[in-house]
Write a protein that binds this ligand. Structure first.
Ligand SMILES: Nc1ncnc2c1ncn2[C@@H]1O[C@H](COP(=O)(O)OP(=O)(O)O)[C@@H](O)[C@H]1O
Ligand SMILES: [Mg+2]
Length: 261
């Protein structure tokens, strides 16, 4: 049995029986070990989100299999939390109640829940704003609240789909540092999608570069550098160039596809 996440020969065709089937992912095989931080990097439209939905259990693969700790993934589970670009907080609930939502459903006793929520809010740096509503927070704070809500369920894998793409560049860098701290203390695996080379290099143990649609693995880049990383270090500049060359080819292909369709 493979511990952690195992994606084996997975394909996804959208609308397979319709007039225009759309192959999004093709024969993709990828293992994510316990505690590993893997980043999926690829041009837009290459099937990254499609793969994440399958791993989250929100969509079925058309072919292949996905297992977690050896068990097939058939439905969503708090073990595999999915975080999107736009934090999907409940606007009518306070930050506290958003973070504690899953704990309430689990039936955790109120006193214990309060303690847990306080600890989570502190962990993501939102100690002072628990009573506010999501619309009263900045975008970065909302993403941290979404992260706290996911962490409340003790996830074994955090699935993150361009989680910081809507944030300004400074906030984004802070959020990356924050995520690294949380990842290191939680022991969870992370599978994060981005189209930013810089983000991939700052975060990943391993970068998986996707081809243009249908998404396949084009290349894999291991990064052994300790974090926080100096993106101007010669090794990092070399890696950035390598990523850029790989991605460029696929972006060009993706643009051609879009022009033809
Ligand atoms: N729910 C859906 N129904 C039909 N086609 C979809 C759906 N979701 C994504 N697609 C198509 O699958 C392809 C890959 O999309 P996606 O996985 O969102 O790519 P990425 O996240 O890499 O930008 C795109 O051509 C997209 O239009
Ligand atoms: Mg996407």
């Amino acid at each position: 049995m493979t511990l952690g996440l195992s994606i084996s020969n997975v394909s996804k065709v959208w609308n397979p029986d319709g007039p225009e089937p759309m192959p999004a992912v093709q024969n993709l095989t990828l293992d994510v070990a316990l505690g590993e931080f893997v980043v999926l990097l690829g041009p837009s439209g290459c099937g990254k989100s499609s793969l994440l939905y399958i791993v989250a259990g929100l969509e079925d693969a058309t072919g292949g299999s996905v297992t977690f700790d050896g068990l097939p993934i058939t439905k969503p589970s708090p073990e595999r939390s999915l975080i999107f670009q736009e934090a999907s907080l409940f606007p009518w609930l306070s930050v506290r109640d958003n973070v504690g939502f899953g704990l309430t459903i689990k039936g955790m006793a109120p006193e214990k829940r309060t303690k847990r929520i306080d600890a989570l809010l502190r962990q993501v740096g939102l100690g002072g704003v628990g009573d506010r509503r999501p619309h009263e927070l900045s975008g970065g704070m909302r993403q941290r609240a979404a992260l706290a809500r996911a962490l409340a369920m003790d996830p074994k894998v955090l699935l993150m789909d361009e989680p910081f793409a809507a944030l300004d560049i400074q906030t984004r860098a802070r959020m990356q540092d924050h995520l690294l701290d949380i990842w290191q203390s939680s022991g969870a695996s992370v599978l994060l999608v981005t189209h930013s080379i810089e983000e991939a290099l700052a975060l990943a143990d391993r970068i998986i570069v996707f081809t243009a649609r249908p998404g396949q693995i084009k290349d894999e880049i291991k990064i052994d550098m300790p974090r926080p990383r100096d993106r101007y270090a010669p090794e990092m500049i070399e890696l950035a160039k390598r990523c850029e060359a790989l991605l460029d080819e696929e972006v060009t292909k993706a643009f051609k596809q879009q022009e033809l369709s």
